[in-house]
Design a protein around this ligand. Structure first.
Ligand code: FRU
Length: 490
């Protein structure tokens, strides 16, 4: 690619596949991520989007309906999957799993009180109510079940964070999620680091003409804790990220089940670990930076990675860590809710990230980032002009970011409109509403945004603005794409 004047060329990535067990980690480099600033319009005025329309989620209106009918806050969500990213319905019902919290909590307090909840609605309905027509089914796990795994029961908060759900023969479900214990003092500081663990729990799903219910989920299998070797742990950094398991089967390795998850490069906080390869500049590029230059600016506090693990048993309760498949050292601190999406023989790694977690000198919007390669471990090519940005919220990189609870006056009102995007069959993308508006006038979300559609074509990922109304589909729309074959089991 021809570099944008004033910006470096992105790193060359071959997309070549490696064996899943190989010690090769693709790098989302600074040279790559700086392509986002290169495509941002430096003259975009206050409250206008500075990023290309084709990579921007259409603006979500402020008067959104609530899918829970005022029962709970809703954020990260996913449906039943079968290991190939298909989304089956069960006995004529679509089912959604969501992080939920009591609406009496402030929306930003939700993270330490999250429970896994579920919703259901009839599949194949032509006309739905504006809010998606879901019925809230309640919590998935019995009270206390997800906390029982912690040896140290003196936690101040214990909570359930994101993951994914697989449906197997008959009506068996396995939920992969993050059980988290916090050990905080009254002032919010840590008495000891929080403890996120990747856990699996098995249950059963049932349905009749009146709705959907679930049983089981009492036994919780404590499977993976950050090892400090590939994946940073709490002893290395009390603010480490380790969560959001997503499991899948790879047709190139039949009989095996893999998991991707959010992690950080394993190094003690503050250690100057970024290298020239993390910078990714081509020899002779006039717009390079050295690793020391960016670390002098503190960029080494941002060390995201996407982890990989392989299952050791058929019950998917025992796993072995493999080296990370992607790192973003000195680029960004969070690559969250990663998923592997297969299309046209290519493997897409989609992950979500925040404007506020970028390293010094790098900027980009809230949204989905995408990387394409020939296998689950590849020299992944960041999509869209080498940048990695697949679908951003409308944002103006010329103005400060603000925070969801305090948006900036000059920002595009949609900057925090959506997060926790999840790419579904056919390129449909669901997400939740965080904040819509500017400092003088904004509303908080807590329900799912309109579903949008991406056209995924090689390393080009663009928004389909002909989908729905100007690119916005229905609110809280998480459709199934086939019905789960039911045996006598249920
Ligand atoms: C994304 C996320 C996930 C985490 C959850 C906690 O929105 O940060 O990584 O599991 O939210 O609320």
């Amino acid at each position: 690619p021809v570099p944008v004047p004033g910006f470096p060329a992105p790193t060359a990535h071959s997309q070549q596949a490696y064996d899943p067990t190989d010690d090769f980690t693709a790098k989302w480099t600074r040279a790559d991520a700086r392509q986002i600033a290169a495509m941002s319009d430096p003259t975009a005025p206050s409250r206008e989007n500075s990023l290309p329309e084709e990579y921007t989620m259409p603006t979500v209106p402020k008067d959104f309906p609530d899918m829970s009918n005022d029962q709970v806050w809703v954020w990260d969500s996913w449906t039943l999957t079968d290991g190939t990213s298909n989304q089956p319905s069960f006995k004529g019902w679509e089912v959604v799993f969501s992080l939920v919290a009591d609406r009496s909590l402030g929306f930003d307090d939700r993270h330490t009180y999250a429970r896994l909840g579920y919703f259901y609605r009839k599949a194949n309905v032509a006309e739905r109510p504006a809010n998606g027509g879901w019925t809230y089914g309640g919590h998935v796990f019995p009270d206390g079940a997800s906390g029982a795994i912690f040896e140290d029961q003196s936690f101040s908060h214990q909570t359930e964070w994101s993951g994914s759900t697989r449906i197997f023969d008959g009506n068996k479900l396995r939920i992969f999620y993050t059980a988290v214990a916090f050990y905080r003092n009254e002032d919010g500081s840590n008495r000891k680091p929080y403890d996120p663990r990747i856990v699996q729990s098995e249950g059963r799903i049932f349905a009749d003409e009146n709705g959907v219910w679930m049983t089981g989920f009492r036994d919780q299998h404590d499977m993976l804790q950050a090892d400090g070797t590939y994946y940073q742990n709490g002893a290395q950094n009390e603010f480490f990220n380790f969560r959001d398991p997503f499991t899948f089967e790879d047709p190139a390795h039949p009989g095996k089940t893999y998991m991707v998850f959010e992690g950080n490069t394993a190094a003690p906080r503050g250690e100057r670990v970024c290298t020239a390869a993390d910078m990714g500049y081509r020899a002779g590029d006039p717009y390079t930076e050295t690793a020391d230059e960016v670390m002098d600016r503190g960029a080494h506090y941002q060390l995201a990675n996407v982890g990989l693990a392989v299952a050791d048993n058929a019950a998917l309760t025992e796993w072995t860590f493999l080296p990370p498949i992607l790192s973003a050292n000195c680029v960004n601190d969070q690559t969250e809710r990663p998923q592997i999406y297969m299309k046209d023989g290519k493997y897409y790694l989609f992950t979500i990230s925040h404007r506020g977690t970028y390293a010094a000198g790098i900027d980009g919007p809230e949204g989905v980032y995408g990387f394409v390669g020939d296998g689950i471990r590849s020299d992944f090519q960041p999509v869209n002009r080498g940048s990695g940005l697949a679908l951003g919220s409308p944002s103006n990189l010329n103005f400060a970011a603000g925070k969801p609870f305090a948006p900036d006056y000059n920002q595009h009102p949609g900057q925090f409109q959506a997060y926790s995007h999840y790419v579904m069959p056919g390129g449909l993308v669901q997400s939740f509403i965080d904040t819509i508006g500017t400092s003088d006038d904004f509303v908080r979300g807590g329900t799912l945004a309109p579903t949008v559609k991406l056209d995924i074509d090689g390393s080009d990922v663009t928004v389909d603005r002909s989908y729905g109304h100007d690119g916005l589909g229905q609110w809280a729309d998480i459709p199934s794409n086939y019905s789960h074959p039911i045996s006598s089991a249920s």
